[in-house]
Design a protein around this ligand. Structure first.
Ligand code: GDP
Ligand code: MG
Length: 173
């Protein structure tokens, strides 16, 4: 079975930007409107000679105010379906915005349900996105309180830190 990684997190943290960065600007629309990409988008890409399936998701947003309850549930069930297929997940945060209630709810869900709901999911890697070199904020206390371990700091848009994600993948496959 092909090694599968899903990109999860609330809307607007940069999942689709990271997806495009990894698969090479072919398959996903990136748009600043949160929740635009409601359908799951996936691509198989070749990394270090190994095919890897990457799944983008619309976003986990239990407290969303912009979407109807029905849409919120659809978006969340899409994340669950992606996780069900996945060997690994990259859980993205926006380090400029800091940790939000939606981030906390997703972390709580994964800590409580993640292991038993998703038998193939071996590792969830916390990723602090939008951490370009010019960024000087410090949200380490909030991030550690999620109980998901050390974040890997990246900038999907400016292509910084992506190699650290590839290293995580290479260690896991
Ligand atoms: P998604 O909803 O999680 O898929 O988020 P998107 O990939 O659509 O990105 C949401 C917004 O964040 C867009 O305006 C992106 O340009 C911006 N963004 C994504 N990655 C970065 C980054 O590394 N740094 C900065 N500063 N902005 C980013
Ligand atoms: Mg998106």
């Amino acid at each position: 079975k092909i090694f599968t990684v899903s990109l999860i997190g609330r809307p607007n943290v940069g999942k689709s930007t990271l997806f495009n960065n990894i698969v090479g600007e072919r398959s996903s629309l990136v748009h600043p409107t949160p929740g635009l990409t409601r359908d799951r988008i996936e691509a198989v890409t070749n990394l270090f000679g190994v095919p890897i399936k990457i799944i983008d998701t619309a976003g986990w947003d239990p407290v969303g105010t912009k979407n109807s309850p029905n849409m919120i549930e659809k978006m969340m069930s899409q994340t669950r379906k992606a996780l069900f297929e996945s060997d690994m997940a990259f859980f993205l945060l926006d380090v400029r915005q800091g940790v939000t209630i939606a981030d906390e709810k997703l972390a709580e869900y994964l800590r409580k349900e993640g292991v038993k709901d998703y038998p193939n999911l071996k590792e969830i890697v916390l990723v602090g996105n939008k951490a370009e070199q010019s960024y000087l904020g410090d949200i380490s206390n909030e991030v550690y309180s999620l109980g998901m371990g050390d974040p890997i700091m990246i900038s999907a848009e400016h292509n910084e830190g992506i190699v650290d994600l590839y290293e995580k993948l290479r260690d896991a496959i």
